[in-house]
Design a protein around this ligand. Sequence first.
Ligand SMILES: *Cc1c(COP(=O)(O)O)cnc(C)c1O
Length: 398
Amino acid sequence: MAAEDGKDWKPATKLVRGGTMRSEFGETSEAIYLTSGYAYDSAEQAARRMSGEEEGYVYSRYANPTVRMLENRLAMLEGAEAARVTASGMGAISTALIAPVGQGDRVVAASALFGSCRVICQTILPRYGVETEFVQGSDLDAWKKALSRPANYVLIESPSNPLLEAVDIAAVAELAHKAGAKLIVDNVFATPILQRPLELGADISVYSATKHMDGQGRVLAGAILGPTDWMEEFVDPWLRHTGPAASPFNAWVVLKGLETLDLRVRQASKNAARLADAIAGHENVAAVRYPGRSDHPHYAVHAKQMEEGGTLIAFSVKGGRPEAFRVLNALKLVDISNNLGDTKSLACHPASTTHRALNEEERASMGLDESWIRISVGLEDAGDLEADLLAALSAMNG
Ligand SMILES: *Cc1c(COP(=O)(O)O)cnc(C)c1O
């Protein structure tokens, strides 16, 4: 398939066909090139490949055909100039954040971020002389203020973890660009099916492919999507010389996962919308946060940039940690797990797991107390899920 083929395909077609490179054997399913090295026809060819004079693979820390197929499929899906795949989501996000900055640079980030992203901004970057500032993501005035000074990078996540708050991607992109910064969006929760940051004005989108892209809880992987010149200047040297390369096998698993991504995400989102409505009226539920419900405080922003509500729900129970734990322990079908984006529905208590590293004050500033439960909704029958959750909520009384 030539690189220009398929540009006009709809996303569902790109997910199945994009980036496929067939070998001489004509295999229908993408091949797994489980190789670390490559052999050359001659010493001269080896010299040309290594010097970059001749195109071709030299070592799988640099590039690999199976990983390349995944990169091309992802770039095509979101209309990015280029994509790079890494061993994990954090491999991708840390590369996108750390590779291009240097001493004296400034990063502005939303305060509600995936835990490890927050650690990079709060602890790691300042060690290298990079100043970071956190902003309440939904507060446009706070963004205006923070970006009234020059900045180099802005990092946001929308919907955010775990309360599914919205950051207005187009508005923050405009402010970031005025400040001279590039906007990076961690688009894991929305997926490229329901929200496409680059179309909204972001410069770079980053993914944990571990989540919905694999979608079946098997492998870790990550992806960076963005402009070719930026990728070649900053990302490629970093990936080549620090080594967060994805395993070709894992890349293959994600390639096959992408083939059903559209179907899976839309069905899980439908299940989540039904579940959110079902639990919202329960006597033991204090609040439900679902981007697709009009009672979400940021519904208008979500509705403008996200096609559907997505696969995650947060809800708070009347009470605190003991009551939330009782509900989790009473679940029979939904597993207790901090993972997400799986075909299996998974629930967790963020305050004691994914967000345990934050102090009470930081959690309070996010509105996250001990009463919140997050559910990643999967592909089980929606009626079975609803029955399980309602029974667990009622167990709070007993
Ligand atoms: C899981 C996740 C990550 C990190 O991805 P890994 O594949 O676990 O390294 C980053 N951001 C968000 C929003 C995530 O959910």
